[in-house]
Design a protein around this ligand. Sequence first.
Ligand code: CO
Length: 208
Amino acid sequence: MLKIERLFENNRAWARQHTNADPQFFSRLTTLQSPKLLWIGCADSRVPANEILGLAPGEVFVHRNVANLVIHSDMNCLSVIQYAVEILKVEHIILCGHYGCGGVRAAYGHTQFGLIDNWLRNIKDTYARHNDELARIMEDDTREDRLCELNVLAQVESICHTTILQNAWARGQQLEVHGFIYRLQDGLLHDLAVSITGSEQIQDIYRM
Ligand code: CO
């Protein structure tokens, strides 16, 4: 069993390391939080935002959930986006998925896992929307990888469909939404090149 005491030892060593390198490090952070980035990623323990981006505390605002979903009725995620956009005034929102995502794999299959199946249903909807493209992929693993990418794309769009983003753009706020994907095998991030920088890039029906 994991020893909880070990976590405090790790924490003390980590705090000491930061203080040694920069004695004002923590006192500066107590008065100011001004990250330029919002990261929305998977809750998967292997995809930690700060470490992957090489960023210190204070540099990235983070929201994570199973399979990095942005559901239009999820008050938790919407509140994070609203706070990040309107109060922190982040300049970039990164929606980051990852290959080998357990949530995507579960949605891809037909086994029941409980309540979470209702959350992952959103990924099945994405699958259904891209059924023709996915059906043309012969390799099972490749099809699953593509579903991970399509899930990122769907969430990037979902972020941009919110009134939060559209109002920010209408005010003239500079805000870019990006879709990245992370590969567990090599630790590398890839830009899916689906960035959205204004309302004119979203489908007409969603435009406010
Ligand atoms: Co995942």
